[in-house]
Design a protein around this ligand. Structure first.
Ligand code: AMP
Ligand code: ZN
Length: 139
């Protein structure tokens, strides 16, 4: 048995409330939901996070996540959806098989937006843009 929790779900070695599946990806319910209807989308193939996953798996996961989001709107009456993917412990990731959270939202709900909307220093923003352009590769 794999030591990866989500690989065990892919292999049906542990149970999950599956919602939908494609050739590359699976959607199932998060059992510690942030809001009612909180789901997760994972690729069948293991990779630790979105920094490591291949483009085809990322595309398949985002496509399935959007479909699950539309189901949350039409089937659960969500007013909106938060899509979220954490990469590495510094970002708060706890399960190291890449996943996209699909979190149904209601107008005025209690879900905590993760950063305060404070204006940035434009000189610093431009400097970070420059460093990111320098490091960027279209792999
Ligand atoms: P993250 O913190 O982004 O790595 O998210 C991992 C998510 O996996 C959390 O929201 C957990 O609630 C969820 N989770 C952990 N174990 C299970 C499980 N057995 N079935 C479904 N969701 C799980
Ligand atoms: Zn895995």
């Amino acid at each position: 048995m794999s030591s990866c929790l989500f690989c065990q779900i892919v292999a049906e070695e542990i149970p999950a409330y599956r919602i939908a599946e494609t050739e590359r990806a699976i959607a199932f319910m998060d059992i510690f939901p942030a809001t009612p209807g909180h789901a997760l989308v994972i690729p069948r193939r293991h990779s630790a996070d979105a920094l490591e996953a291949v483009a085809e798996d990322l595309a398949a996961c985002m496509t399935l996540a959007a479909s699950v989001g539309r189901a949350a709107v039409s089937g659960l009456g969500a007013d909106g959806v938060t899509f979220q993917s954490l990469a590495r412990p510094a970002a708060g990731q706890t399960v190291f098989h890449v996943h996209i959270h699909v979190i149904p939202r209601q107008d005025g709900d209690q879900f905590v937006f993760p950063w305060p909307a404070l204006s940035g220093d434009l000189t610093e923003i431009e400097a970070h843009a420059e460093r990111l352009r320098g490091a960027f590769s279209n792999d």
